[in-house]
Design a protein around this ligand. Structure first.
Ligand code: BG6
Length: 492
């Protein structure tokens, strides 16, 4: 590998994201040789930590690695800590001095990655100080990686974007959506655009409906404070589910580059059929997990969780039917759902093909349409791979059809070799490749769609339906499909 040179300045260096995701991701890049000698990390946060204490924190984040201690120590030696008040201009001067010193010491060619991994209310402040205190270098690259939530509606996202773009150009801003860093999400475009067999049928002539499930078995855990202000629609639909729809449904980009891919996704999001308030009520379902007895043990519902209002109306589940008004997709529902405390942790996509017109094998000549549809399934996580369910003949005498599965699952070794989402995306940002990041125009379109739903929901005082812990959501989510005669393929 080429030895990439850069200084990482991580805002939120003491935080949960940095410890759980960023430090392990950077270490993976290090042990695989993408980062060698020419990198340094400044972690900033409010607390007054010493470099030594920071090193211990980073070291703890590497607990799950088998690498020898010497390698870990060499890596951790590249980390520096700066106690930092993000609103205090003086602190940026100190930061700037340290950055220049490290730039020389490690020969970083003035390349800088600013990583916002802290409370979103400071994103704008930090960006404008980086500009006004002249942290950005003249010769190297300056890139901003920014975590969600990017605003909480279109207006706040736009205001934040305006703040950021006073210092950074659009092509310097890497809005991260970690779903775009997942192996199987990246594989969608390979499947679609690498196979004539599939690209020929990837349209409303052959596809009946598309189903996307992002199911989680955990509850809100320690994040109730954030989740109460978010809910499943903002937490999972606005970003991850929209991006998955983008990869599945965008038109063929001219080239697989950031510019072309982001343009196609933007065009797609702008083609999503806007709903009237009545249509929103019909096509979007929200619900909340309710106290449930599991094996004789009472599991708390969302409203009983710590730091959740006892009368909270925050949704922990959302299902919806998204329609795309363009030539390729007109008439094909995209059914999506996500929720906490569901039957299992699994992300799965099902492409359901249209049934053939006539079942000539039917015994009952009055019902000749009863054949199961062909389904292409993309297993995103935890299993990774795909399968194609097609009809074959029952072995033996007579002539009955039965579904058979052509399946391909990645084995343990492939899974172990596959980089984790953050590792992949950080490397892409280092390489200046924004293909798997979100353009402002995509975000704007997706917020506008989400805002309309939120508005209807916020005005509706009817208490949310509950669903049992360990189920796949409320009955309403099943009914959503029944209106078109479809059913959820993924039914654990
Ligand atoms: C995050 C959400 O963006 O994605 C979390 O904020 C959620 O609520 C998580 O748990 C799910 O990500 P993954 O990679 O575990 O599917």
């Amino acid at each position: 590998h080429t030895d990439l040179a850069a200084l990482f300045i991580i805002f939120g260096g003491s935080g949960d994201l940095a410890q759980r995701k960023l430090y392990p991701a950077l270490f993976n890049l290090y042990r695989k040789g993408y980062l060698k000698e020419h990198f340094a990390v400044i972690g900033t946060a409010r607390r007054p930590w010493t470099d030594d204490h920071y090193h211990e924190i980073v070291m703890t984040a590497l607990d799950n690695f088998d690498e020898d201690q010497a390698t870990k120590e060499a890596f951790v030696g590249h980390f520096y800590y700066q106690s930092h008040d993000v609103t205090d201009a003086k602190h940026y001067e100190t930061l700037k001095a340290l950055a220049s010193q490290l730039d020389e010491q490690y020969e970083l060619h003035q390349n800088r990655i600013y990583y916002m991994a802290m409370s979103p209310r400071f994103f704008g402040t930090i960006a404008s100080h980086l500009g006004s205190e002249a942290l950005l270098t003249a010769d190297g690259f300056n890139r901003l990686i920014i975590e969600k939530p990017f605003g909480r509606d279109y207006e706040s996202a736009k205001a934040l974007n305006q703040e950021l773009t006073q210092t950074f150009d659009e092509d310097q801003i890497y809005r991260i959506d970690h779903y775009l860093g997942k192996e199987m999400i990246q594989n969608i475009v390979a499947l679609r655009f690498g196979n004539g067999l599939l690209s020929g049928v990837w349209n409303n002539q052959f596809i009946d409906n598309v189903q996307i499930t992002l199911a989680e078995s955990v509850g809100v855990e320690e994040r109730a404070g954030y989740y109460e202000t978010s809910g499943a629609l903002r937490d999972m639909f606005q970003n991850h589910i929209m991006q998955v729809i983008g990869m599945l449904a965008m038109e063929v980009p001219v080239n697989f580059t950031a510019e072309d891919v982001q343009r196609e996704k933007t065009r797609l999001f702008r083609s999503i059929q806007p709903y009237s308030p009545a249509e929103i009520k019909q096509n979007f379902v929200r619900a909340q997990y309710a106290e449930t007895s599991v094996d004789g043990e009472n599991k708390p519902g969302y409203q009983q969780e710590t730091n959740v209002a006892p009368d909270s109306q925050t949704e922990t589940f959302v299902a919806g039917k998204v329609m795309i008004d363009n030539e390729r997709w007109c008439g094909v529902p995209f059914y999506v759902r996500t929720g906490k405390r569901l039957a299992r942790k699994e992300t799965q996509i099902n492409i359901v093909f249209k049934k053939t017109g006539v079942n000539i094998f039917a015994d009952d000549k009055s019902d000749r349409s009863a054949m199961a549809p062909d389904v292409l399934t993309i297993y995103v996580e935890p299993e990774q791979g795909f399968s194609l369910t097609i009809n074959g003949k029952e072995v033996g005498q007579g002539f009955a059809l039965k579904p058979d599965q052509l399946a391909y699952q990645y084995d343990e070794q492939m899974l172990a070799d596959s980089p984790e989402a953050y590792e992949r995306l950080i490397l892409e940002a280092l390489n200046g490749d924004g293909t798997n990041f979100t353009h402002w125009h995509e975000l704007a379109a997706s917020w506008q769609f989400v805002d309309a739903i939120r508005e209807v929901w916020d005005a509706d005082q009817t208490p949310l339906p509950g669903y049992s812990i360990g189920s796949m959501g409320p009955k309403e989510a099943t009914d959503l499909l029944a209106t078109t005669g479809a059913e959820w393929i993924f039914d654990p």
